[in-house]
Design a protein around this ligand. Structure first.
Ligand SMILES: *[C@@H]1O[C@H](CO)[C@@H](O)[C@H](O)[C@H]1NC(C)=O
Ligand SMILES: *[C@@H]1O[C@H](CO)[C@@H](O)[C@H](O)[C@H]1NC(C)=O
Ligand SMILES: *[C@@H]1O[C@H](CO)[C@@H](O)[C@H](O)[C@H]1NC(C)=O
Ligand SMILES: *[C@@H]1O[C@H](CO)[C@@H](O)[C@H](O)[C@H]1NC(C)=O
Ligand SMILES: *[C@@H]1O[C@H](CO)[C@@H](O)[C@H](O)[C@H]1NC(C)=O
Length: 519
């Protein structure tokens, strides 16, 4: 027995292979039938630990314990602990010492532990050794196991965690992150760990894809989300989340499981239910797009809603539509961001309906940085000719929220380089506000093509700035090349591009049949 214990942690392959006895060779799951693979496998098989060497720093000599056995002090120590026959107890003690030695616990410490913890004296050494092996095979190193011995001995001694360990090994294939595993075992009582497998299986039964389980578990606070909850409570959470995506929502944002159902999830989601008039599909979209919305307290969200109602004069239906396109609105501070921005829109002459339309089109206006973004764009726009406090300026800002200042600057210089004046650019952007957000490289390609291939006057853009928004290969080039083959006279850019594809093809067929008849 003592010899078997010694060789468990044997680090030198030669020493373990030199001994042919099966008990001396490390095998992660020796003979315990409960370790056999279960039908449900959650992920690809666990890689067997290459060796046990991590655990072992020094290997005590084989006759190490025989020294102890015959020391009178230890003899007497054992005599007062146990009435059973002394030599056998000695062997047991030696085995324990050796086992603990391997995980860095000194002889003295082991003696103290024996005095303190009844579990240790009553436990079967075989099962203790199996437990250590089992923990090690889950990736825990000697230091972690040592930690359990001193901080939560039950991890080594109680049978209640057997189902958990075999579940982690056989169904999760040891893929739970080590830090998670350590925390899980250290900070939960065994009784709260024993039902862990059933709780996780519940997630699978309710539709969580098996290959997502480990990812989810690695991202939640296991103590809070799993161990400290009853199966019923977990079921209640899944039921509650069902209309909003259920387990799929959890997969997307596992941290949702950290929230307490009654004090967090229910009240926070019911704010949205009230706002939307019970639009569950809408709430599902919001939660999937921005699950962090659940981080905000009811008071925080209510304050934002109240502000939008009173300062922007929006109704709940409008506000929910804005939340749908921009759920992150709640991340913006009311006084620093929302109030000045909406004040600006009001000063541009937008009424609440206009403000609503603006925010639906350009919600990022609410969160963009003023100093690094909006200020630059305002300067450009005013330079082109937009007037402060006009709806036109507001619309131009709306059109430019999604582009970078750099792109906007490049597009403007491009126009200037091709001979347009600020007034021209202004006029074009009034017709087609989107020209301010086109990508500069694509604008340049199209301008070049217009002049060099189509032989047009660049100033035709003044009449039809939307030209710059059509897809280059699919629409502009494609149509120009077809038209070129068919017609002598030029049609306007507008005629060339705005006709639907269907009608363009029809017309083209007619044109070519007329042409062939004429021939
Ligand atoms: C998990 O939740 C528990 C209980 O709320 C808390 O004490 C612990 O610090 C949390 N752990 C992490 C890693 O946040
Ligand atoms: C477990 O839940 C109870 C209430 O259900 C709570 O008081 C306690 O703090 C929780 N413990 C942990 C570790 O989360
Ligand atoms: C264990 O779980 C129960 C609920 O199942 C909970 O009330 C208790 O607080 C938990 N204990 C700890 C230490 O988390
Ligand atoms: C939301 O809360 C979770 C924990 O519940 C945290 O991990 C996350 O960083 C928070 N996100 C934001 C944007 O506050
Ligand atoms: C095609 O042209 C006809 C008549 O010119 C028009 O009524 C119809 O709406 C056009 N179809 C599309 C898809 O633009």
């Amino acid at each position: 027995m003592a010899i078997a214990a010694l060789s468990i942690f044997s680090n030198s392959p030669s020493s373990s292979s030199s001994s042919s006895s099966s008990t001396t060779t490390f095998h992660p799951y020796p003979s315990n039938p409960s370790h056999s693979l279960q039908p449900t496998t959650f992920s690809p098989p666990l890689q067997t630990q290459p060796s046990f060497s991590l655990l072992t720093k020094s290997h005590p000599p084989n006759n190490y314990f025989s020294h102890f056995r015959f020391r009178p002090s230890i003899h007497s120590f054992f005599r007062c602990r146990s009435s059973s026959n002394a030599p056998n107890v000695d062997v047991q003690f030696g085995t324990l010492i050796s086992l603990f030695q391997e995980i860095g616990i000194s002889f003295e410490e082991t003696k103290l532990l024996l005095l303190k913890s009844n579990e240790l004296t009553s436990i079967q050494l075989d099962s203790l050794r199996d437990r250590v092996l089992s923990l090690h095979s889950l990736g825990l190193d000697r230091v972690s196991i040592n930690h359990f011995v001193t901080n939560r001995l039950t991890v080594l001694t109680t049978n209640e965690i057997d189902p958990l360990l075999s579940f982690l090994r056989n169904e999760l294939h040891g893929q739970l992150a080590q830090a998670k595993l350590k925390r899980l075992l250290l900070s939960n009582e065994p009784k709260n760990l024993s039902a862990f497998p059933q709780k996780v299986r519940l997630l699978v039964d309710r539709g969580m894809p098996v290959d997502k389980i480990v990812g989810v578990l690695n991202k939640v606070n296991l103590s809070k989300a799993i161990c400290n909850r009853s199966i019923n409570e977990i079921e209640r959470i899944i039921n509650f989340l069902e209309p909003f995506g259920g387990v799929n929502l959890i997969v997307k944002n596992p941290a949702i499981l950290n929230h307490c159902l009654d004090s967090k999830l229910i009240p926070r989601i019911s704010v949205l239910t009230k706002l939307s008039g019970g639009d569950e599909d809408g709430i599902r979209i919001v939660l999937n797009r921005f699950p962090f919305i659940l981080n905000y307290t009811v008071e925080h969200v209510e304050e934002h809603l109240q502000f939008l109602r009173s300062f922007a004069d929006l109704d709940d239906e409008q506000i929910f539509k804005i939340v749908l396109v921009f759920p992150a609105i709640f991340t913006n501070n009311i006084e620093r961001k929302l109030r000045p921005r909406i004040q600006f829109l009001k000063e541009c002459g937008l009424d609440s309906e206009n403000i609503f339309k603006f925010l639906i089109q350009a919600p990022l206006f609410l969160s963009a940085s003023f100093r690094d973004n909006l200020a630059y764009k305002l300067v450009f726009l005013v330079k082109i000719g937009y007037k402060y406090r006009t709806k036109g300026l507001a619309m131009a800002i709306a059109a430019s929220t999604r582009i970078s200042c750099e792109n906007m600057q490049k597009v403007l210089s491009l126009f200037l380089n091709y001979g347009f004046s600020f007034e021209d650019i202004f006029a074009m952007s009034m017709k087609q506000p989107l020209i301010l957000r086109y990508n500069h490289a694509s604008v340049e390609t199209k301008m070049k093509y217009l002049i060099e291939e189509m032989n047009r006057d660049i100033r035709e853009l003044l009449d039809f700035p939307a030209f710059l928004g059509y897809k280059f290969d699919d629409r502009i080039k494609h149509r120009y090349e077809i038209e070129k083959g068919l017609k002598g006279g030029q049609i306007s850019l507008n005629q060339l591009l705005t006709v639907s594809s269907e009608n363009f093809t029809d017309k083209q067929k007619k044109d070519s049949s007329v042409k062939s008849e004429l021939k």
